[in-house]
Design a protein around this ligand. Sequence first.
Ligand SMILES: CC/C=C\C/C=C\C/C=C\CC/C=C/CC(=O)SCCNC(=O)CCNC(=O)[C@H](O)C(C)(C)COP(=O)(O)OP(=O)(O)OC[C@H]1O[C@@H](n2cnc3c(N)ncnc32)[C@H](O)[C@@H]1OP(=O)(O)O
Length: 325
Amino acid sequence: MAMALRAASRVLLRAGSRLGRREAVDGARRFANKRVLVETEGAAGATRIAVMKFRNPPVNSLSLDFLTEFVISLEKLENDKSIRGVILTSDSLKRGNQTKVAATEKTEEKRATRDHGGRLQERPGIFSAGLDLLEMYGRNPAHYAEYWKAVQELWLRLYLSSLTLMSAINGASPAGGCLLAITCDYRIMADNPKYTIGLNESLLGIVAPFWLKDNYVNTIGHRAAERALQLGTLFPPAEALKVGVVDEVVPEDQVHSKTLSVMAKWLAIPDHSRQLTKTMMRKATADNLIKQREADIQNFASFISRDSIQKSLHMYLEKLKHKKG
Ligand SMILES: CC/C=C\C/C=C\C/C=C\CC/C=C/CC(=O)SCCNC(=O)CCNC(=O)[C@H](O)C(C)(C)COP(=O)(O)OP(=O)(O)OC[C@H]1O[C@@H](n2cnc3c(N)ncnc32)[C@H](O)[C@@H]1OP(=O)(O)O
């Protein structure tokens, strides 16, 4: 398994250097590729934590490029011995240096936030819209296979990470967005009823993969997962807390500070015992995928290529496009 992960990571690193964009380097304290910004907090030489901010406009969907860049960034953090904790969050807060694009049409309004250079900015209120539907629609089986391998890789890396991972959920978090959150050791969600979280695959006419289902069952229990998966339930914060999809709900402006303070408590536990415990709890679930990765890829590629599934995705995409039109 370690060898397989190292080999996959070499491939990703090569892809990363081809993608090649390291926009900002400030010692070890801040690095970024195009879609993931990583900031570290804490004094040099001491234990530090990192904040990984998603910035893949407009909705932080998990495109192939995003997945590649994410895994490269995570690996860098895993290799940095001074980093013990990582917070996943969206870089979707409004920045000062922005202007509203004059918008009369509804479709314009939807994407009205641009910076002064006219570049599209991440809109606030979205943690991640989940897997990129355009990677799963209208492509060929080889592309589906490549994409699914990257999705598996992301999940395995996060689920088995030796770091303490926390998600600061500052927006909507459907499907793959929920995947990011439930791989973490702890989840804190902003108390905004507009934000929802859950595995809504069934509403799209698709099915969550077995390993994500297992992750969900491990998080909220079998009965709750069985019901939520069939109904494709997206829980608002209070319900997400009640069912256990998230561990805490706090006012929106306190999500970051609260996550930092919970992280401090987790980091007070010795790493070796916490890590061994985490592995003990998670290894069997991860091994289930590891032993059949290739079969899972083939399953996905043939499932998603079906005419009926492509039709469902087409209808869902159309619905998204016209929902406010
Ligand atoms: C038996 C089984 C056998 C085998 C099975 C094997 C494997 C399993 C098979 C399949 C599993 C596949 C798993 C998939 C998991 C996923 O993650 S699927 C994605 C689920 N995501 C969603 O449903 C979210 C959809 N989006 C939204 O609900 C809203 O966009 C959101 C609340 C995030 C934001 O709303 P709003 O601010 O109003 O923005 P818009 O809706 O206007 O969206 C802006 C533009 O972004 C586009 N977009 C939205 N989401 C996605 C996405 N996930 N991927 C790509 N693009 C997305 C949207 O269309 C708008 O585009 P436009 O401006 O119109 O061009």
